[in-house]
Design a protein around this ligand. Sequence first.
Ligand SMILES: [Ca+2]
Ligand SMILES: [Ca+2]
Length: 185
Amino acid sequence: MDKRIQVIQQLVIGFVICVIFAVMLVGLFGSRTGQKTLTMDVDGDGCEEVVTKKLGTVTVRKDGDIIWKSDRKWKCDDFLVADIDRDGYNELMVLLWKQGSFGEHLPFWMEQDIEISQHIFIFSWDERQDRLVPIWMSSRLSPEIRDWNIEKECFIHILSTDGEDMLWMWKNWGLVRIDNTLVIK
Ligand SMILES: [Ca+2]
Ligand SMILES: [Ca+2]
């Protein structure tokens, strides 16, 4: 066979393999890499802000001005806005990846904290500071979250990467799993 034809065949096969991989990657990560926009009242003034996720960054805009933006070091998968503690004001929940789980407060037995891990960070509007402040920051999630959504206004329905279907809610000072103990009507 002509060598040029062989080269062309190899190039075509290589291209097809690349396309197949690209389609698989989009299938695996497409839902997480897409954009998302919600209009919700985040600062409790009765008017809606625009919350967006784009290229791994979550941004809150009020009248066109950015009033909150996720940390540059985070890769945000998704966000939810709901009144999870049922005080009449919405919280912003961000599902994100970051390096390290302990920040500046590294446990004495650890020499380094460089692992990339998934976390849920929850923010609430602080009137005195006039800004969103973190009220709960999870440690490394295990198993990780594949998908989540708000159910019945304040419950968080979570599907883990290992296929577990869970229901969580805010209790006292953090998220607590409740699907084993409570039936929602
Ligand atoms: Ca508002
Ligand atoms: Ca609230």
